[in-house]
Design a protein around this ligand. Structure first.
Ligand code: ZN
Length: 112
């Protein structure tokens, strides 16, 4: 399984200084503070013996790659994701926080 450009699926190494895909020229990285994030990842390969090709939010793709790596089913874990691991964790944490806030709001205002 590999991950890369959200448009053409080419690898987008974290070490590549360009913010554009070398293959198709679409924007693959966005500057965010000190670092940069990837818009999304195209994941392709096989999962459970079935061909798999999907465009995923980076946190989702990352979680999937990690799960696959943990199961030992992934031949190649997405090296292009390594540079964005911290961002992915932060995004997942923020999403969880937001979800918690939504639930609190629903409970708080639900019985007024
Ligand atoms: Zn591309």
């Amino acid at each position: 399984m590999s991950a890369g450009c959200s448009v053409c699926g080419a690898a987008t190494p974290a070490t590549d200084p360009s913010s554009q895909c070398a293959h198709c020229g679409s924007v693959t990285w966005l500057a965010r503070g000190d670092g940069r994030i990837q818009l999304g990842v195209r994941v392709d390969g096989t999962r459970g013996d079935k061909p798999f090709n999907a465009l995923l939010p980076i946190a989702h793709g990352e979680a999937m790659l990690r799960a696959d790596a943990a199961r030992g089913t992934s031949g190649r874990s997405g090296s292009s994701l390594l540079g964005a691991t911290g961002v992915g964790c932060a995004a997942a944490f923020a999403a969880a926080l937001l979800l918690g806030l939504c639930i609190w709001m629903a409970v708080h205002f639900g019985h007024c």
